[in-house]
Design a binder for this molecule. Structure first.
Ligand SMILES: C[S@@+](CC[C@H](N)C(=O)[O-])C[C@H]1O[C@@H](n2cnc3c(N)ncnc32)[C@H](O)[C@@H]1O
Length: 202
């Protein structure tokens, strides 16, 4: 587990013109589902649709280099970010260290599927698609209950969550999810909003 230290206040490192997503010089591993969000307008839209309150403790799964984390820190009370890749954890710490946001960020290094989740009010995440199913079941079972989860899924997986009886995609996952929660589809996201772009639609 790694936590962010406070320290002198400094501004986030300046980025070159052209609004490149913050990548921190890291190469991405497809095996870990590393497709970072590169469109700041999309990040704003996700945060806005999440209905985060200033009192909320937010769980973020797979913060990566922190493009979504930064916005979450700006609107919520605290962000607990669980990240498996030590390089990303380091980068995340570097990115926020010494900024006013750092005291509200806790980074937990580990596999979210094997991590005991802390208390949180809301979960917001752009997850690696390979953990969609076990993560969904983990969140459905989580106690104490949280208010809601806004999660980026591969399109077909999302459609299975909201399927209706008689639909081709209606399955065990649909039944379990709809038994334990209310679920709705928020938005479609094109592949080009990610770096590198994923093969499947989101
Ligand atoms: C799709 S990327 C999202 C990155 C960032 N949130 C963004 O939107 O730009 C998924 C992130 O999840 C991390 N990850 C992959 N498997 C994980 C696991 N089992 N537990 C926690 N994090 C994981 C990856 O290292 C990567 O940083």
């Amino acid at each position: 587990m790694a936590s962010m230290a406070g320290g002198k206040t400094k501004k986030e490192k300046a980025r070159p013109a052209g609004h490149a997503p913050y990548q921190g010089g890291i190469s991405f591993h497809k095996s870990k589902g590393q497709h970072i969000l590169k469109n700041p307008l999309l990040v704003d839209s996700i945060v806005q649709k999440s209905g985060i309150k200033s009192t909320d403790v937010i769980l973020e799964i797979g913060p990566g280099t922190g493009n979504l984390t930064k916005k979450l820190l700006e609107v919520g009370k605290r962000v607990i970010a669980v990240e498996i890749d030590a390089r990303m954890v380091l980068e995340l710490q570097r990115r926020f260290q010494g900024t006013p946001l750092s005291s509200r960020l806790q980074v937990v290094q580990g596999d979210v599927l094997k991590t005991e989740l802390p208390y949180f009010d809301i979960c917001v995440a752009n997850i690696p698609y390979q953990i969609s199913s076990p993560l969904t079941f983990k969140l459905l079972k989580h106690q104490p209950a949280f208010r809601c989860a806004i999660i980026m899924f591969q399109r077909e997986f999302a459609m299975r969550l909201v399927a209706q009886p008689g639909d081709k995609l209606y399955c065990r996952l649909t039944v379990n999810t709809q038994l334990l929660s209310r679920v709705s589809h928020l938005l479609k996201v094109g592949r080009n909003n990610f770096r590198p772009p994923p093969k499947m639609r989101t």
